[in-house]
Design a protein around this ligand. Structure first.
Ligand SMILES: [Zn+2]
Length: 133
């Protein structure tokens, strides 16, 4: 029998079980943060890496759309200015850190840890108003 093997998401730093057929080079979506990832086989274990064929804008747009779909969240008119803010952070600091938070640390990579842990359910929106219940 196949062993259940967890795959580590390099974006949200969480391991998840992939419930679909694994194939090297296949694009998958992290069920925790919505990141688009590419599967790779390393010896006998599977790895996921961030895609290198997407522009930063394509990558973050796909990620936030996937995350909203996974959680059933909505966007409003704040979306476009916040996507711009995320792209500026990526340009300046190398990753999609929350444009409304000062610290450019892994837990503030969009969707930030607070949001992944349910702040939208609690407050009706995420800290910066990108995701809405
Ligand atoms: Zn993830």
């Amino acid at each position: 029998m196949n062993q259940v093997e967890k795959i580590f998401c390099p974006v949200c730093q969480v391991s998840f079980i992939l419930r679909e057929e694994k194939e090297a080079g296949k694009k998958i979506v992290c069920p925790v943060c919505g990141a688009v990832l590419v599967l790779e086989k390393d010896n006998s274990s599977w790895l996921a890496r961030r895609p290198d064929d997407l522009t930063p804008e394509e990558e973050i747009r796909a990620r936030i759309e996937n995350f909203a779909q996974l959680r059933n969240y909505k966007f409003n008119e704040l979306k476009e200015p916040l996507v711009e803010g995320l792209l500026k952070k990526h340009e300046r600091y190398g990753d999609f850190y929350c444009p409304c938070k000062i610290d450019n640390i892994p837990e503030n990579v969009c969707p930030c840890l607070e949001t992944r842990q349910g702040s939208v359910e609690r407050d009706g929106r995420c800290h910066c108003g990108l995701f809405w219940k």
